[in-house]
Design a binder for this molecule. Structure first.
Ligand SMILES: Nc1ncnc2c1ncn2[C@@H]1O[C@H](COP(=O)(O)OP(=O)(O)O)[C@@H](O)[C@H]1O
Ligand SMILES: [Mg+2]
Length: 320
């Protein structure tokens, strides 16, 4: 897939819209504690686009669910999340309802988030005005059609159920719902999953367009899609193991895991990273990547490396 040109003229501010500090999300299960997010720190500036990349199961979706407080009852969360300088962890359901969709929008990973029994227009209208709003029915209906058209869907789509639409169309419906209330921060969780190359490219262009005037946290395992963002954080076993500008990460990766991810891209030969992601119930001691790492030494097995920089850095004894 060709990379999407990034508009460098956008005004970005250095004021963080989202600050995540020492975030941990653990699921208590009968098999043990699943440490899905395990010590995350990052800042996302106003108007900035940041990608979180990593293999399946490393905690990316759980991060988005933690930010929006959409976790099941067996989840325990600690650390800090600041949105526009206000702490949003442990907020009441009422406070979260005021935040979700309106200030922080979500494009969920799974198409099953759409209700199979409801026509598209009802689902998009509900995203525009969740329960209790006071907008006129005609206004909402007009907004719904504008929204569908703005993501490249024709008017007839509004009268269809999800099973009558293609996967690409349903993805666009979800994207329209994510921006329905014009949030200043958009969390997009694998928005290109299951799309063919052409549709993926179109969706990246669409994401580029709808995030010209808002911040984006883009969760993806597709590094080509991550090119849309200015910065990339690479996640492994619940923590960030490398971060920096997208250009630096893609052209000059330092961590052997990041190198492996990039080498696994079709355009770079599709060589896979040896071994499997660790169980998040029994996370390896020392560097979490050491059992799969070609550079691992005794130090890597024993001592957990720190991320050696705030804006850009790598968590590695062997390459830092
Ligand atoms: N409700 C849950 N209960 C127990 N474990 C969960 C739950 N939700 C997610 N997990 C586990 O958390 C880990 C991270 O999942 P997820 O964030 O969905 O990964 P991904 O990076 O692919 O988005 C996985 O090991 C997953 O099995
Ligand atoms: Mg996921």
């Amino acid at each position: 897939m060709k990379s999407v040109p990034i508009d460098k003229t956008i005004q970005r501010s250095n004021e963080p819209i989202l600050k995540v500090k020492g975030l941990k999300t653990t699921f208590i299960t009968k098999n043990g504690d699943v440490r899905a997010v395990n010590g995350l720190d990052f800042n996302l500036n106003n108007g900035q686009r940041m990608a979180i990349i990593g293999e399946s199961g490393c905690g990316k979706s759980v991060l988005a669910q933690t930010i929006l407080n959409l976790l099941p009852n067996n989840a325990q969360v600690s650390g800090e999340i600041l949105f526009q300088n206000s702490a949003i962890l442990n907020q009441s359901d009422e406070q979260m309802v005021a935040l979700r969709g309106k200030l922080i929008g979500l494009i969920p990973q799974h198409l099953s988030s759409l209700n199979p029994l409801m026509k598209t227009h009802l689902q998009v209208e509900e995203a525009i005005q969740p329960d209790g709003g006071s907008q006129e029915k005609n206004d909402i209906s007009r907004k719904m059609l504008n929204l569908l058209n703005s993501v490249g869907l024709r008017t007839y789509v509004s009268e269809r159920h999800p099973h009558q639409l293609s996967g690409g169309m349903n993805r666009r419906v979800l994207i329209s719902m994510g921006i329905a209330q014009n949030p200043s921060l958009l969390l997009a969780d694998e928005p290109t999953t299951g799309l063919d190359t052409i549709l993926r490219h179109k969706t990246v262009k669409l994401l580029d367009r709808i995030t010209q005037d808002r911040s984006l946290l883009l969760i993806t395992h597709d590094i080509n899609v991550a090119r849309l963002c200015e910065t990339i954080a690479v996640m492994y076993a619940g923590e960030i193991i490398e971060k920096g500008s997208a250009e630096e990460i893609l052209e000059n990766p330092k961590h052997p895991y990041t190198e492996g991810l990039i080498a696994s891209m079709p355009s770079r030969g599709m060589s896979s990273i040896p071994g499997l992601s660790p169980s998040l119930i029994e996370i390896p001691s020392g560097c979490r990547f050491h059992p799969r790492c070609p550079l691992a030494t005794e130090q890597c097995m024993k001592i957990h490396p720190v991320l050696n920089g705030e804006q850009a850095g790598v968590r590695c004894h062997a390459c830092s």
